[in-house]
Design a protein around this ligand. Structure first.
Ligand code: C5P
Length: 242
């Protein structure tokens, strides 16, 4: 038996094009979710104001902009995100050790200046849209799972406290990484969901049992007739299994 969740692990991906749509969903879902994910589509169209509005209403924010640049630029981006008061953000592990260290340091230093907890900087290992053929075209000849492990190790060596990983990588990474490293997992589908483009999926309860700390769910909540009922159903499925 796994322990009852002490906090809500559900992150809803607000993959919508406008602030109005995002704020409507955030308002309806606030009591049932742990955080809202703002990705590059929404951020590019609606800007930091949509983050401020969700924060003002009490929602936690996972800013998923997957920063990948020279260390100095990523340092500035992470500092800006920390000033914006996001609780989680992403960087690409492929940016290298120095970039990852700069990201974590910027989160810690800026948060200390603002006297608030540092956001959780999450490393993105291998995008789930890439397969071994695609990696080979990039000059990566080791297996996909070995490459994901290598990038995960790099992130932990740099001091990152969390990673984004696919549901099927959870058991491997949970065994390999220190327990304090938080794992955030998209690709969550119930048996009755249409799979759409997510290929490597687990149910919410399965992913928690496999070691996920946070679950990112988009379309199974936001693209259905009753998002509140969908979120409640996912939470109930996690609690029933715990
Ligand atoms: O709609 P769905 O539940 O598939 O949304 C999953 C969210 O997680 C999307 O915002 C997607 O961009 C993100 N994501 C993913 N796979 C990754 C990394 C992020 O699906 N490897």
């Amino acid at each position: 038996m796994m322990p009852k969740m002490t906090r809500n692990p559900l992150i809803v991906a607000l993959d919508v094009p406008t602030a109005d749509k995002a704020l409507g969903l955030a308002q309806a879902l606030a009591p049932f979710v742990g955080a809202f994910k703002v990705g590059s589509e929404l951020f590019t169209s609606a800007g930091p104001e949509v983050v401020r509005q969700i924060r003002a209403a009490g929602g936690s924010i996972f800013l998923d902009l997957k920063f990948h640049d020279i260390p100095n630029t990523v340092k500035g981006s992470v500092a800006a995100a920390t000033r914006l008061d996001v609780q989680m953000l992403t960087v690409h592990c492929g940016g290298g050790l120095e970039m990852l260290k700069a990201a974590e340091a910027a989160a810690q230093q800026t948060a200390a200046e603002m006297v608030r907890p540092a956001p959780l900087v999450l490393g993105v290992t291998v995008l789930t849209s890439l397969d071994e053929d695609a990696l080979a075209r990039l000059g990566v000849t080791e297996s996909l799972s070995r490459h994901a492990e290598r990038l995960a190790d790099l992130a932990v060596d740099a001091g990152l406290r969390g990673l984004v990983c696919s549901p099927l990588e959870l058991p491997l990474l949970r065994r390999r990484l220190p327990q304090h490293v938080q794992l955030v997992t998209p690709g969550i589908r119930a048996a009755h969901d249409v799979n759409a483009d997510q290929k490597r999926t687990l149910s919410a309860a399965e992913a928690i049992a496999a070691g996920a700390d946070w679950l990112v769910v988009g379309r199974p909540i936001c693209a259905v007739a009753d998002p509140r009922a969908a979120a409640q159903q996912i939470l109930a499925s996690i609690n029933a299994a715990s």
